[in-house]
Design a protein around this ligand. Structure first.
Ligand code: SF4
Ligand code: SF4
Length: 268
């Protein structure tokens, strides 16, 4: 990825609309098999969502190649200012929610490409918002996520439903953390606006008794043992148990240290 320059302004960062699942991260990565095969034959005639073909999910981590994910054909992406006109909110929604495929209905209780898989795990946004110690153990790396919006008038018009696209584009570019970058698509570079994905779990995470946010490795492992164990085995082979044990010990030692510092009045 080649960045052409950073534009900073006084605007706040761009957040999500308040409501469950407004990040739509699983509609780029986990739920959809290659080529949107989950959609089926007839649904291929239905209208595409506003995010499809214009918005991608970019994942970066130090020492690894950037990863770029296309969205599902039916993902709607909207961005709009609030009443004060100083703040932007994004909302990512399924445009065929009532008719979405069975994989989407079951996720994250039933994860995986096959309809018959029933492995339950934390959803991808939950893992993104998890403490760094969890990601370092389960993914062997920390990673950041961004939405990459094609910087073209038709793309911006598609995602600004009620507002003047050129005004919204300027507001996006002034928001904190936003960059423009050239990303290789096909044979040539295309200009994208890159927006960091906020870790707003109190507002948007799908919360049920089964799906609480990840607070610690111990809690996540107790809840989603099978899925996490599979990851650990593939990363560490026979050493997976000792890695898990020492990561939990380290995390608990750090929490204890932080508690002692807090009570003695020395902030981190
Ligand atoms: S919160 Fe989880 S389940 Fe909901 S849209 Fe995001 S990744 Fe999907
Ligand atoms: S059908 Fe809807 S819920 Fe399923 S991946 Fe596509 S946008 Fe997401």
């Amino acid at each position: 990825m080649k960045t052409h320059g950073r534009i900073r302004g006084n605007c706040e960062s761009i957040t999500f609309a308040q409501g469950e699942c407004s990040d739509g991260m699983c509609c780029f990565t986990c739920v959809i098999p290659p080529g949107n095969r989950h959609i089926g034959f007839f649904k291929s005639f239905w209208k595409s969502g506003t995010g499809y073909s214009y918005v991608k999910l970019l994942v970066t981590s130090e020492g690894y190649k950037d990863e770029l994910y296309d969205s599902c054909k039916f993902l709607n992406f909207t961005i709009s200012p609030d009443a004060t006109r100083h703040h932007l909110a994004m909302d990512l929604r399924c445009s065929i929610y009532k008719f979405r495929p069975i994989q989407c209905v079951g996720y994250p209780d039933r994860a995986g490409e096959s309809v018959y898989q029933s492995i339950c795990g934390p959803c991808i946004f939950n893992e993104y918002a998890a403490p760094p110690a969890y990601k370092k153990l389960v993914y062997k790396r920390e990673w950041k996520a961004f939405y990459a919006i094609l910087d073209r008038p038709d793309a911006i018009s598609g995602i600004c439903v009620h507002d003047d696209p050129s005004v919204v584009r300027s507001m996006i570019l002034e928001a904190d953390g936003v960059e423009r970058a050239a990303i290789l698509g096909g044979r040539k570079d295309r200009e994208y606006i890159i927006i960091p994905v906020q870790k707003q779990r109190e507002n948007i995470l799908y919360i049920s008794e089964k799906h609480q946010p990840i607070a610690t490795i111990r809690q996540a492992y107790a809840q989603w043992e099978e899925k996490i164990q599979n990851n650990l085995k593939s990363h560490y082979g026979e050493e997976w148990e000792s890695r898990l044990k020492s990561a939990i010990e380290m995390e608990e030692k750090d929490a204890c240290k932080r508690g002692n510092e807090d009570t003695s009045g020395n902030l981190e």
